[in-house]
Design a protein around this ligand. Sequence first.
Ligand SMILES: Cc1ncc(COP(=O)(O)O)c(C=O)c1O
Length: 494
Amino acid sequence: MDFALLLNAFERTHRGRGWSRQRLLHECLRAAIRGGQLAPGTRLAATRVLAAELGLARNTVLYAYEQLASEGFVLPDRRGTVVAGSAGVPAAAPAAGGNGGLSRRVQHLRGVAGQDVNASVVFPADAMGAFAPGVPALDEFPLAQWRRMLDRAWRALTPRQLNYGDPAGEPQLRMAIADHLRAARGVVCDAGQVFITDGTQSSLDVCLRAFADQGDTLWIEHPAYGGALAAGRGAGLQVTGIAVDMDGIAPTDEDWHAAPPRLIYTTPSHQYPTGSVLSPARRMALLERARAAGALIIEDDYDSEFRHGGPPLAAMQGLVADAPVVYLGTFSKTMFPALRLAFIVVPAPLAGAFAQMQAQGAARGRVAEQLALAEFLRSGLFARHVRRMRRLYRQRRDALSEALQRHACAGAAIHGGTAGMHLALRFHDAAWDDLALSRRAAQDGIVALALSAHGTGNRMDEGAGWNGFLLGYAQVPAENMDGLARRLGALLPA
Ligand SMILES: Cc1ncc(COP(=O)(O)O)c(C=O)c1O
């Protein structure tokens, strides 16, 4: 395929539209795919090659490819970019009788249309073993205390409280969360800004609906938390991956210029999956530039209670006055995932409108659980449990780090262990195939998710240079670490 010829012909017929070079290239390639000139399975030229051939900046080509990917016309894989099966429907999507009736937005989700790069990694939803990420030490949870709290809440419930609950959440819980966040995370808020949800996924869904319109640009970290990626795609947003380095999300001037965001999703206190902590300078820069661009930051503070080293870092939400930040928190890590209680802190000027929106669509209920949790927070039992788990997770992190140093660090380095419940074992050699290694670990009974499987799907540099394992250690006893690290190390190339 002579791309210069193709683009020239396209340009002639679309002259006068005032399109940018990027738009022109994107429209041209899309038309060629739709028209069959670029057949399903065709591998597109590498961005660098095409840029040189057409005399364009590499980023112009990169963004055009990303847009095609986000629309489902092309699929990134480890070796580049291939044309999808039919216009907008990835090649691997099962025909009618499978998921043929699903919307295109949903067909972009990992795994749904068969294009999941990590599909063969064994990671069932209830995976608990080493090193499944995001799973707290469930056998350490003070179940008896919690049962007593629940029992007390149920006994105090009146018949009125069996009705549909407050759509914003129970006032006592909202108040207890606001108090906790002010003291523990430096979040500037009152209870009126706090909204209860049944998990971060719901928080994300409702925030994307509330604060962006279809087609708006959502920046997401690259590599990314799959839940945020799914929410962005599901909301019909233009999802743009922004590279993460050792200091967290690192947008360039080019990013701000080429794809100005309406929303920015970030996990600054412990990036998922890399474990990078967003540096103080980056935090301030992100806040300032977001404000100048009229963008809102969605700060997902999912495991920040567990900080193991370095100075404590307050939430971005409280760093500057009237920060353009929507703050998300969850009790999945500090309590247990099945509790299904999480929360959103909305900027004060938006809280009224947000409350009205929630009144029309929020799930209302689970009053007893909410009241029990409020009491758990107020009584100090929550803080005590978090303190215990912080100590325990630090021990487990230390044990894992030391074991990895002994057995698995010949060609890899540990990163991202200063906070949270997981760390990254990053391979030095880009040629080590972390997806294949992850599959081999799974065959050996170890969940070691590949970092490169967390790409945003529309970036051509899948994994953004992050090649290695994501290792959740919170639920793994310290005495098991040596044996597990030895088994992992044995899988790695010599
Ligand atoms: C980045 C991130 N945010 C949030 C969550 C928690 O989500 P939820 O509240 O739905 O359990 C997780 C779970 O692993 C996560 O990794």
